[in-house]
Design a protein around this ligand. Structure first.
Ligand code: BGC
Length: 752
């Protein structure tokens, strides 16, 4: 078939199959992909496996002209269209380009960071948030986002803990599926949505010492039972793409890890999309001491199941020669190209390659989107302490000092991983409080000494608004004294402390969990004034606020709450919203206790036993705040915890019910959590594992019956002793309550 004719056939298929409403069928996609593949030269195929960077100093337009399949880190509709024009008019086969960017927690309307979204324990809310992010980003010309980040993180020192859903595989899997649904819509390629990317596969959160990029050693049982479930949930939810992780997993870089990319992802989970490396992944194989040179790196990565090279051009430089030399089979290349072309077909890019620049502005940061972001932020806040009802505050009368380096910082309120999102309209805590109180309340502000990383982040170099003002010890001291004086002359002090946006995130691990800079000193000095002090924490990781927990009457974890964050904080501080978020991660008292997580196996000296001795003699390792924890302005009582039948057969489902009552005076949300413990079995099993949760809203005095189904999916696990997935017949403890230390207990037995 002549080329022009072949294209006409493709064109026909396009109009016939890609209507506005119905997605193309798999068969239609396959036919078009095969027709295209048959015409492609080796160089054109390798081009599709290349994602070129639009980082400073790079030439993305040139890369498109040479046939690059995708571009990352461009964010300009005009440039998208100009480059797409080159791709669809000037390249031989007119294959459109996929434009990709990290749209992590919003595009223009910024939502709370992922760890905060997980603290909402509200998958439906997360789905909505990501749908807003996708709608905005797609309207701006993007096709593909490097989200969701699904790395389980149990070490508060690891900076990227902010990007995921925390420490728990069950919560992580629920949030993973919700994000994929929100970002992608009904299928990978839906209009007004983005293609999602499950990253970083896999184990990245378990780096030694919480040090970013350091090696990860995870036995297969832990990988499969803890680190894989969110990724598998993303596959089940239809995620279009995966990203491999940077680090070595058990001494094999994830970028070229056949076990991960072929055996598990394609083999066991039947994933049909494509895998992109993390930035510069193939070239890193040489730096990591795995491959001798670019040729070997390209060959080993593609053979292990990596389809697209992000930004290193190692595939671009070497793959064709490797094929021509007979070291890589053409079938391996074809296999990598197919899902990339398939994604473009499904997205309708052959028919509609361009973004309508005239329509973008109307979609960005609409009042409805901002309302959604405010609601998400409200639902993500966790009330950590509230002695003697210090909160809520009164809206009328008196004066409030809003103190701290994060009280009026837009960039730090929006949080980590924004890239291009900062807008002057972001609402800080100071803005939110000012907007909330009546004219009778005097609001004053002083930031105190600025805080900055000892070693700057590379993000701070190119993201606007992140660089902190230069400060000498003298100006810092003056700022400190001003903050103290401002606090002294107010009735109530709201201290807004924590970490700046890029004190967490990539390359943002810490050896300490203390409040950075002079914040702790300032907090202590302000507390000593004897005023009512409320601490609002802004940040992307558990902070070791042990002193504050003992000395400050009220603490609100606001995370990095996004564009509407300041309004949401004020909504909670003044009682218009009753906080109902719960911690998705354990808060250790200090960095030396990390990694600390609730789902550990029992030891010969279990906590509460006669022989129990704390694990450290210089202070017990019990958490500052446990996983699942969070207070409310009301109280809840649990009763009637029951399992429908005391015994269920293997493979059958136990139904657990409980009544939850709002026993206080205001309406509120409770996250009802179910934990199980398998008492004995093929392997030792964690002392507690989350296996169900539901966030419910209760009016004062109202009772709701909540029920959970615990079946084979929840009770099976990958057994190290048996080297396979199984379900044991065993006795199970069940606890239901408002956090991972819940005391309402029942039990059931799984029988043969
Ligand atoms: C990060 C990824 C990110 C990529 C592209 C890398 O440094 O690890 O999470 O998606 O850059 O921006």
């Amino acid at each position: 078939m002549k080329k022009s004719r072949a294209w006409a056939v493709l064109g026909f298929l396009a109009t016939a199959s890609v209507g506005a409403a119905a997605p193309p069928t798999n068969q239609e996609v396959d036919q078009r992909v095969e027709a295209l593949l048959r015409q492609m030269t080796l160089a054109e195929k390798v081009g599709q496996l290349t994602q070129a960077g639009a980082f400073p100093g790079m030439d993305p337009a040139g890369a498109v002209r040479k046939g690059a399949g995708s571009i990352l880190w461009l964010n300009d509709a005009k440039q998208f269209n100009a480059m797409q024009k080159v791709a669809v008019e000037e390249t031989r086969l007119k294959i459109p380009v996929l434009f990709a960017l990290d749209v992590i927690h919003g595009y223009r309307t910024i939502f709370p960071v992922p760890l905060a979204m997980a603290a909402s324990w509200d998958p439906a809310g997360y789905e909505k948030a990501q749908a807003v992010a996708a709608r905005e980003a797609r309207a701006a010309g993007l096709h593909w986002t490097f989200a969701p980040m699904l790395d389980i993180a149990r070490d508060a020192r690891w900076g990227r803990i902010v990007e995921g859903a925390g420490e728990d595989p069950f919560l992580g899997a629920a949030m993973a599926a919700a994000q994929v649904r929100g970002l992608q819509g009904p299928y990978a390629g839906s209009p007004e949505h983005l293609v999602a990317c499950a990253k970083h596969f896999a184990g990245y959160g378990a780096s030694d010492g919480g040090r970013d990029y350091d090696p990860v050693y995870l036995p297969e049982g832990l990988l499969r039972n803890v680190y894989f479930p969110p990724f598998q949930a993303a596959v089940k939810a239809g995620v279009g793409t995966f990203m491999s992780a940077y680090m070595d997993l058990n001494d094999v870089p994830a970028t070229a890890n056949r076990f991960l990319l072929r055996d598990v992802l394609r083999g066991e989970w039947a994933f049909k999309g494509f895998v992109v490396s993390d930035a510069f992944g193939p070239a890193n194989l040489v730096t990591q001491g795995f491959a001798a040179d670019g040729k070997e790196a390209a060959r080993r990565a593609v053979e292990a199941g990596l389809d697209m090279d992000m930004a290193s051009n190692t595939f671009g430089q070497h793959l064709a020669a490797e094929v021509e030399a007979g070291r890589v089979k053409m079938t391996v290349i074809d296999e990598a190209v197919r899902p990339i072309l398939g994604t473009k077909v499904r997205m309708g890019l052959f028919e509609n390659p361009y973004v309508d620049e005239t329509k973008t502005a109307a979609v960005l940061a609409t009042p409805a989107h901002r309302e959604e972001a405010r609601r998400a932020a409200q639902r993500s806040m966790v009330l950590l302490k509230n002695d003697k009802q210090a909160l809520p505050l009164k809206k009328d009368g008196g004066s409030i000092a809003v103190i701290g380096p994060l009280a009026d910082s837009k960039a730090d309120t929006e949080g980590s991983w924004i890239v291009f999102g900062h807008v002057p309209s972001a609402v800080t805590v100071l803005d939110g409080i000012r907007a909330k109180v009546g004219p009778g309340v005097k609001v004053t502000h002083a930031s105190g000494p600025a805080i900055r990383r000892d070693i700057p982040s590379f993000f701070e170099e190119f993201i606007p608004g992140l660089k902190k003002p230069a400060q000498t010890p003298e100006t810092a001291e003056a700022a400190y004294q001003e903050a103290l004086a401002t606090a002294r002359s107010a009735d109530v002090v709201v201290m807004v402390l924590g970490e700046t946006a890029y004190m967490s995130g990539e390359a943002a691990s810490r050896a300490s969990l203390d409040l950075p800079g002079r914040q702790q000193e300032l907090l202590q000095a302000v507390t000593a004034l004897g005023k009512k002090v409320v601490l609002v924490l802004i940040g992307g990781r558990p902070l070791g606020v042990t002193w504050a927990n003992e000395n400050v009457p009220a603490i609100l974890e606001a995370w990095q709450p996004g564009t509407e964050g300041g309004h949401a904080v004020a909504d909670v501080l003044f009682g218009d919203v009753n906080p109902g978020g719960k911690l998705p991660v354990t808060f250790p008292k200090k960095a030396g206790h990390a990694p600390l997580y609730y789902a550990r196996t029992l030891t010969h000296q279990p906590e509460g036993s006669q022989r129990y001795s704390p694990r450290y003699w210089d202070g017990a390792e019990s958490p500052l705040y446990p996983f699942g924890y969070g207070l409310s302005y009301t109280t809840f009582a649990y009763s009637n915890l029951k399992v429908a039948a005391p015994k269920v057969a293997l493979g059958q489902t136990a139904t657990v019910t409980v009544d939850v009552k709002n026993t206080g005076a205001v309406a509120g949300d409770e996250v009802v959590q179910l934990y199980v413990h398998q008492r004995t079995g093929s392997d030792s099993r964690p002392r507690r594992e989350l296996k169900g949760f539901e966030r419910v809203t209760l009016a004062p005095g109202e009772t709701k019956a909540v029920s959970f189904r615990v079946g084979a999916a929840e009770l099976s696990y990958w057994s190290t002793s048996q080297k396979r997935s199984l379900q044991d017949s065993a006795a199970f403890d069940v606890w239901v309550g408002g956090d991972s230390t819940a005391t309402s207990h029942t039990e059931f037995e799984v029988t043969q």
